[in-house]
Design a protein around this ligand. Structure first.
Ligand code: WTA
Length: 644
């Protein structure tokens, strides 16, 4: 905290403020006060402005803690709001999606073209018997058809569950099973660093363990050989060829489920976070407009993958409802070289750029020459999401990418919150590197201690949200008890975010990371328990403990401590176990470091002392933790001895 960068204040550039939607701190404060005074009036007004209503809602909020219903009685459709509502305006021929594939192929879809494709694919899904309320898993590369598939589901009331393309077949099968998915949509493969990721092959394995799945739709992307099972597997192009372009959006109830998105919690089983129709749609759209100060002529690029919440809310649903031009890129940032992102910015004249701190740290490592060779003058503002951004990375982003003239929005939010909760407004809020600054209008955060009392300015505590908001999760798929317990039972009448945070004297929030056993590796949430269960499912492993260790690039790296029941500790077995975790969860969960140990440090009641392992993994010489409950001191000595 002593770094001077953290205390410097970067006011919004004057020219930016003059043209912004929210032009000053006073305007922000006025909005905030309005939302605080009359949340229902505030959100009701915005919902009527932003969304199309087939039938008006009768009540803005019905709050029966922890269950919220927003815009009760109203009927709308998210696909209609994203696409159809623009067709009667000049935006009909505006680019909705500009896409670039990793090999360099590009496609642009206007709102009209997007509409036609969404309708045809929605009809294709209907022809497979997909109906309102059915769950459809989507496991695809970052191609326009991924967005089309999401919008097609929304159009007919099907509930999508997008599974990030890096997950293994085991993980796909688990998710299909948990959600009782009826259909899986995939592609033959996707491009990543010049290689073809064989998506259909992973789905084939998953479908052996997915009894609920009756059909699989396959997009031809790479042209690689795939096996198609008669009666079950269908080519995307065959399905849409026969389908009509006429598929009216089905009026959905405000609270009908829109999607499930699995995320890691503090147990081994991923949680299916549930979002519904109207509240989510409004929140994603409204926050997109506030935070990115979007204007119609902008090209907006969020570098996330649609497999994560950022892709849902800020590649697809928020930008399209707002009538924006959203750019999608299929591949890696370092292919064919480390300047690829800046080539894309230059080529498509990107104005708003939204990425993750882990990417920024990689660019710093790769060297400024990649940036300096490209023309980035189209950029007018920058964003960051997924993990705390360290001030050094913030300053590099500001100087090298923004050339000192672009406001940066550091956006704090979660899969559960549906949209951005805290962030600067680029024309209104002076920023401090490393702080997500202040809550958006309608968001009521508080920092509390173990006794649930609000802590003083400058003190750390648990971050909670004290009032419901339209984008909040509505539950965990099939597990209401876990929803209640996880989010609503720790601090009375408050949503528990699970982050450790502080609010300073100026009312600026600082997020320090998770309070639970969730790691944030390159902006991806991973549960330590999930990694541990993957490890102990291997026959040689008796016991395992996974912890996070600070990492310059990834934020956190995965370190695991393993005790064996058989086999020889050493590099060979470590390699086998790494591969095993990759096969159980996915490449992003692969342990960075495996340490074999004869025993793990435990409390007298048998709980593994993770905090101690964290210190050891971080290479701390002195163990600052209280070790008075440690059952066997010699374990600690051995573990530290192993280190040498
Ligand atoms: C962390 C991603 C600091 C945080 C949208 C949160 C952040 C978790 C920030 C949610 C930020 C996200 N500053 N920390 N700007 N944004 N986080 O569900 O720990 O993948 O709880 O949602 O990421 O991760 P999730």
């Amino acid at each position: 905290m002593a770094e001077s960068a953290e205390t410097s204040l970067f006011p919004p550039p004057e020219e930016f403020s003059q043209q912004a939607r929210v032009k000053s701190l006073a305007e922000y404060e006025q909005l905030y006060a309005e939302a605080e005074r009359d949340p229902e009036g505030f959100w009701g007004r915005l919902a009527r402005q932003q969304l199309h209503w087939f039938e008006p809602f009768q009540e803005v909020l019905r709050w029966n803690e922890p269950y919220a219903e927003w815009f009760v009685g109203g009927k709308t459709n998210v696909s209609y709001n994203c696409v159809d509502q623009h067709l009667a305006t000049w935006r009909r021929n505006k680019a909705a999606i500009i896409w670039e594939g990793e090999p360099g192929d590009t496609r642009t879809l206007t709102y009209q073209q997007l509409h036609d494709q969404v309708c045809r694919f929605a009809n294709g899904l209907k022809s497979l018997g997909v109906d309102s309320g059915d769950v459809v898993s989507i496991y695809m590369p970052m191609v326009p058809e991924l967005a089309i598939a999401m919008l097609a589901c929304a159009r007919i009331g099907a509930v999508h569950s997008v599974i990030f393309g890096g997950f293994s077949s085991e993980a796909i099968a688990d998710r299909n099973q948990d959600a009782s998915a009826k259909v899986v949509i995939t592609a033959d493969a996707g491009w990543r660093r010049g290689q073809q990721l064989p998506l259909k092959a992973s789905v084939d394995d998953a479908l052996e363990k997915s009894p609920t799945v009756k059909h699989c739709v396959v997009l031809r992307r790479c042209g690689n050989e795939v096996t198609m099972r008669e009666g079950r597997d269908h080519w995307w192009h065959d399905l849409v060829e026969q389908a009509s372009e006429d598929c009216p959006a089905r009026p959905q109830d405000s609270e009908d489920p829109l999607f499930i998105l699995y995320t890691s919690g503090s147990t081994g089983k991923p949680k299916g976070i549930q979002h519904t129709t109207a509240g989510y749609n409004l929140f994603a759209t409204q926050t997109f407009q506030w935070v990115f100060d979007h204007r119609d002529e902008d090209v907006y690029w969020c570098t996330a993958d649609c497999g994560w919440i950022t892709g849902h809310s800020y590649i697809v649903y928020g930008p399209l409802t707002a009538g924006a031009t959203t750019l999608m890129y299929e591949g890696a940032p370092n292919w064919p070289d480390e300047g690829r992102f800046w080539d894309i910015v230059d080529k498509h004249k990107v104005n708003i750029f939204y990425t993750a701190p882990t990417a920024i740290r990689a660019f710093i490592k790769w060297g400024d020459e990649h940036v300096e060779k490209r023309d980035l003058s189209s950029l007018r503002m920058l964003g960051s999401v997924g993990e705390p951004i360290n001030p050094a990375a913030w300053l590099w982003y500001h100087d090298k990418i923004g050339k000192g003239g672009c406001p940066i929005v550091d956006t704090w939010w979660q899969t559960e919150t549906g949209g951005i909760m805290m962030s600067p407004l680029p024309g209104a809020t002076a920023t401090k590197p490393g702080s997500c600054t202040r809550p958006l209008p309608g968001v009521m955060p508080r920092i509390v201690d173990e006794e649930h009392n609000q802590v003083a300015a400058g003190e750390q505590g648990m971050l909670v949200i004290t009032q419901p908001w339209p984008g909040m999760l509505r539950g965990i798929w099939g597990d209401p008890e876990r929803y209640q317990k996880q989010y609503w039972s720790t601090v009375p009448n408050c949503y528990l975010a699970g982050d450790n945070a502080m609010c300073d004297e100026d009312g600026y929030y600082w997020i320090f990371g998770r309070l639970d056993d969730v790691l944030n590796v390159s902006g991806h949430r991973l549960s330590t328990t999930e990694i541990e269960s993957a490890l102990v499912s291997h026959p040689t492993v008796a016991e395992a403990a996974a912890v996070g260790r600070p990492d310059d690039l990834k934020g956190e790296a995965v370190a695991v401590f393993v005790t064996l029941s058989s086999g020889d500790p050493g590099e060979e077995l470590a390699g086998v176990l790494r591969k095993h975790v990759r096969a159980q969860i996915g490449a992003h969960a692969t342990p960075d470091e495996i340490r074999f140990s004869a025993a793990l440090p435990k409390t007298r009641s048998g709980k593994i002392m993770r905090r101690l392992l964290r210190d050891i993994a971080a290479g701390k010489e002195e163990i600052a933790q209280d070790t008075s409950t440690l059952e066997d001191y010699s374990v600690l000595a051995k573990l530290r001895g192993d280190e040498e």
